[in-house]
Every structure is written in structure tokens, then in C-alpha cells.
Design a protein around this ligand. Structure first.
Ligand SMILES: Nc1ncnc2c1ncn2[C@@H]1O[C@H](COP(=O)(O)OP(=O)(O)OP(=O)(O)O)[C@@H](O)[C@H]1O
Ligand SMILES: [Mg+2]
Length: 372
């Protein structure tokens, strides 16, 4: 038995995304959804393997918390995919150690050069050319290559970010039909900042698609996996209640399941509370809250409580009622909101602001009103 038997497959959704891209209907999609709902898992365990089985080359790169710059990560993953065409073969080995030294072909002279990715920070024109050439080498007209670019909002970070975004867009455009892309990120707001700025070269390039919510089938799958691992039985009705309590979040539900396995006798309400407390500690909500100014906290609370027009007159009244202080103008509220969004605490989906992590949202609502 392996970790794989815990994976709840999403074959229908994977097929839809696959067909949309392979048919040429769109060259790229942006896959979005709340924090920790399975975007990365979908790319790595559903869409990537499906495209691989259908004979497409698949390149996966995560641009967040990589030991090297976004450009270096892209170059590394493209070179790996060029060397080892099978996605499954590249990922079956489990977590790979990224080697920071690569031997690439010099784009001007054609001779081999050693590149140290750890020192590759800037998007120099030479390295952007290397990126373009690698994209050309992995592209295929008969079986378009899938570029799965996770945490793509980080692409523009760091020196030369804007040049990298522009170069990437040109390289992808040149190879429409031979390269298809899926962009995801843990913040739709920040992803859209890369795509939607009028001056940004990705404007209107990708179609937005929401990752569907998981349903009860996910819970049943988890209960079966637990039984097969001799970790059960677990009461289905209680499991469904916990799944709802955690807003259908797979990561939080799995945490609850582990706690239930190890505490078979504990009361169900007490167990839910325990998991909520553990999650708050694990994700350091306290620490995050302490790092906010009083106005930012009040703004986060308004958004958690779904106060209408939180950056208008309503917002001014709310802050005054909560803190006793009236902000001088609504611009202050907008700045607080934008700071929260740039830190990925808030997200904007379909024009509506919300706390990006539903468990954080519950946690904020449960704070005493005096804590602003
Ligand atoms: N289809 C699934 N089957 C089983 N478990 C899943 C599934 N999808 C997600 N999970 C669980 O939820 C966790 C979070 O998933 P994942 O990291 O893919 O979310 P994400 O949307 O990429 O998060 P972030 O927004 O932080 O990038 C996984 O580590 C896994 O435990
Ligand atoms: Mg992810």
C-alpha cells in the first residue's frame, strides 16, 4: 500500500481540462480555488498523469519556496523534461533533490556550458534565450506539451521578473498548439495581477476555471482508504459532519481523520474543537494576527463577517463601532484591504473579497471583538 491509495481521483474534471487544452479551444487555463483545496494535487496526480498516459510530455514547476529563482526553476524543470520524457518516471522517485548545476547548450555558440542555477538570479537576455530554446525543444505539434506552472504568481517576483513574464508570453505565443499551459496559484488575486494588468503581456491569455468542490465521494474514499490501512472503522455520518465543518477542505478533513483514528473514544464536538485548535497552531494564525495593524485586523474581520461594502461608509462605521476610532477616509480601508491581499490573507473571486483560507475565516470570526 502506498500514499497513492489516499488520493481521491478527479477523472471527469481532468478529462475536461485535458480536452479543452488539447482541442486547441484555449492555449492556457488558470486553475483557481481556495487555499489547500487540492490544486497542486490535481496537477500532479490527475492532470499530469492523464496527459502522460495520452503520450504528451508534461512539465511541472512550482515557483514558490524554490531554492532558486523562478527563471532557474523553469530552466531546470524544462531541462529535466527534455532529458526524461516520461512524467511518471520523473515523479515516481518521490521527492527529488534539485541539482543546482546543469550543463546546457550555449544559445549563441552551441557549445556546452555549465550553469549554476543557485547564482542565476537575473533574467539576462542570454538565459531568456536558453528558456526559449528549451521550450522549443520540449514543444510538440502532434502531442502538445503540458506546462503545469504552480504558484505562478511568484513568476514576476525578484529582479527581472517583468522581463521573464514578457519573454515567457512570447515563447508560449510562438508555439500555440505545441505548448499548452495550466497556471495555478494559492492566491487568485495575485495571479490575476500577473494576468490582468493591461500592460501585462498575459492579459486575456488564459481562461479562468475553478477547481470544483469535493463531494461526499471524497469522504467515502477516505473512509475506505482508512479501512484498507486497518485504521478504522470510522462512523460515516460523523465524518460527513466533520467534512462540512471544515468547509469540504481535504487537508483539514484528513487531519480530522488522523485525530479520530488515534482518539476513537473522544467526544465528537471536543474532537472538532481540538482539530481547529491544532490547525490554528500549525498554520500560526496567532503569529499572523499579531503582525497586522489594528486597522488591518478590523478590515479582516469585516471581510470574515461578510460586511457589505467594507471599504465604503459601512466600513468606516464598522471600524468606529469596533475600535472607537473612525478612520479619516475610505482610502485607508482600501490600503488595508490591498495589503491583506498582497499577503494572500484575502482573495478576490468573482468580484467578491473573502478570507482565502476558510479555517482562518472561522478563527477570525471567533476572536473576541475587543481583539482588533
Ligand atoms: N484529491 C485528493 N485526494 C486526497 N487528498 C487530497 C486531494 N486533494 C487534496 N488533498 C489533500 O489536501 C492537501 C492540500 O492539497 P494541495 O496542496 O494540492 O492544495 P492546494 O490547493 O495546492 O493548496 P495551496 O493553495 O496552498 O497551494 C494535500 O496535501 C492532501 O492531503
Ligand atoms: Mg498548491
Amino acid at each position: 500500500m502506498s500514499a497513492q491509495h489516499w488520493h481521491f481521483a478527479r477523472p471527469d474534471f481532468a478529462e475536461k481540462v485535458f480536452n479543452l487544452l488539447v482541442s486547441g479551444a484555449v492555449p492556457a487555463i488558470t486553475l483557481f480555488g481556495p487555499r489547500r483545496t487540492g490544486k497542486t494535487e490535481f496537477l500532479l496526480r490527475d492532470l499530469g498523469p492523464l496527459a502522460d498516459r495520452q503520450g504528451h510530455r508534461v512539465v511541472y514547476a512550482s515557483l514558490w519556496q524554490s531554492p532558486v529563482s523562478p527563471l532557474a526553476t523553469l530552466i531546470y524543470e524544462l531541462e529535466e523534461a527534455r532529458r526524461i520524457p516520461s512524467f511518471q518516471a520523473r515523479f515516481d522517485g518521490g521527492l527529488r533533490q534539485m541539482s543546482v548545476k546543469l550543463t546546457l547548450r550555449d544559445p549563441f555558440t552551441g557549445s556546452k556550458v555549465a550553469v549554476d542555477l543557485s547564482t542565476l538570479k537575473d533574467a539576462s537576455s542570454e538565459m531568456l534565450l536558453v528558456l526559449d530554446q528549451l521550450l522549443g525543444q520540449v514543444a510538440s505539434r502532434s502531442h502538445p506539451t503540458f506546462l503545469l506552472l504552480d504558484e505562478f504568481q511568484e513568476v514576476a517576483n525578484g529582479p527581472g521578473g517583468a522581463d521573464l513574464v514578457a519573454a515567457l508570453r512570447t515563447s508560449l505565443d510562438k508555439r500555440k498548439g505545441a505548448l499548452v499551459s495550466v497556471f495555478t496559484g494559492s492566491s487568485l488575486y495575485r495571479l490575476q495581477a500577473v494576468f490582468n494588468r493591461r500592460t501585462a503581456p498575459f492579459f486575456r491569455f488564459a481562461q479562468n476555471i475553478a477547481l470544483p468542490d469535493l463531494d461526499d465521494g471524497f469522504v467515502d474514499h477516505m473512509l475506505t482508504a482508512a479501512r484498507r490501512s486497518n485504521l478504522g472503522p470510522i462512523d460515516r455520518a460523523e465524518a460527513l459532519e466533520a467534512f462540512e465543518a471544515f468547509q469540504k477542505n481535504p487537508e483539514f478533513f484528513r487531519k480530522w481523520l488522523r485525530e479520530r483514528v488515534f482518539n476513537p473514544a473522544s467526544d465528537k464536538e471536543a474532537l472538532l474543537k481540538q482539530v481547529e485548535t491544532d490547525l490554528a497552531a500549525e498554520f500560526e494564525f496567532d503569529h499572523l494576527w499579531l503582525g497586522l495593524t489594528p486597522l488591518q485586523r478590523a478590515t479582516a474581520r469585516m471581510i470574515a463577517e461578510k460586511v457589505p461594502q467594507p471599504t465604503g461608509r459601512n466600513g468606516l462605521d464598522f471600524v468606529e463601532a469596533l475600535t472607537g476610532d473612525r478612520p479619516p477616509n475610505t482610502t485607508r480601508l482600501q490600503t488595508a484591504r490591498d495589503t491583506l491581499a498582497s499577503r494572500s490573507i484575502l482573495d478576490k473571486i468573482d468580484g467578491m473579497w473573502s478570507i482565502s483560507d476558510p479555517v482562518l475565516e472561522d478563527w477570525i470570526r471567533a476572536r473576541p471583538r475587543s481583539d482588533f
